[in-house]
Design a protein around this ligand. Sequence first.
Ligand code: IPD
Ligand code: CA
Ligand code: CA
Length: 259
Amino acid sequence: MLSDIEKIVREAGVIVCEGFDSAKEVNFKGEIDLVTEYDVRTEKFLLENLPSVLKGYTFVGEESSKGNETADKCVYIDPIDGTTNFVHGFPFVGVSVGVYEYGKPVMGVVFNPIMDEMFTAEEGKGAFLNGNPLKVSSTDEMLMSLLATGFPYASVQDNPDMLMNILNKVLCFSRGIRRPGSASLDLCYVAKGVFDGYYEFNLKPWDVAGGICIVKEAGGMVTDEEGNDHNIIGDSVVATNGILHEQLIKLLRECKCNK
Ligand code: IPD
Ligand code: CA
Ligand code: CA
């Protein structure tokens, strides 16, 4: 089944690549929250093709079929994760499909068609990048870590101080922080061992569903901001190589008083 999903996601990537290189009309879901015809077309393609290989699942797509996010067997689709990157020509965009059963991730496929990076994972069977096994990093000191984060549209507009307070603190305890702009790929880069950790608040299920299985299967740890089991309908995510998890959670907790 995973290889069937992978095949469909790869085909969806053709639409994304076509859009990446073309002039496109940009519409606004919010003041800085963008959507293009390619987000809509890619999601439509996925929703037309995935149900034949994922029978009995509820499909939740960012652009068209929100609702039933708590269904027992659910597939979360983000057709273009990193739409701002896509619009501006920054090549960090992911087509993300996350398969969940009873609240647990069982399969994840995240594809960056611009960089031709196909990340896949299935519960108990490991995580792969273009067919090669993935493993999280072994960094064991925060000061030697490269971290990633993201700035969700709502937080940027409603409470930028909260984001900055946390960034300020975490930055001082790491080697550096990156903000690549695609939550699903940020998770995959933790799985790849490029990032030692990643945290973000105010996310939606489709932003993270594909990447979470991939991090776990690469030997990493994924929780919410408190260190509890990650809940797909919760809004925060902290993903690390496992070794640094407690330390990153502690830092985030210390910042919470300034939130
Ligand atoms: C966004 C990206 C970004 C994250 C935002 C998401 P979109 O998704 O994942 O990295 O910081 O919170 O909304 O809108 O490009 O699909
Ligand atoms: Ca997204
Ligand atoms: Ca999206």
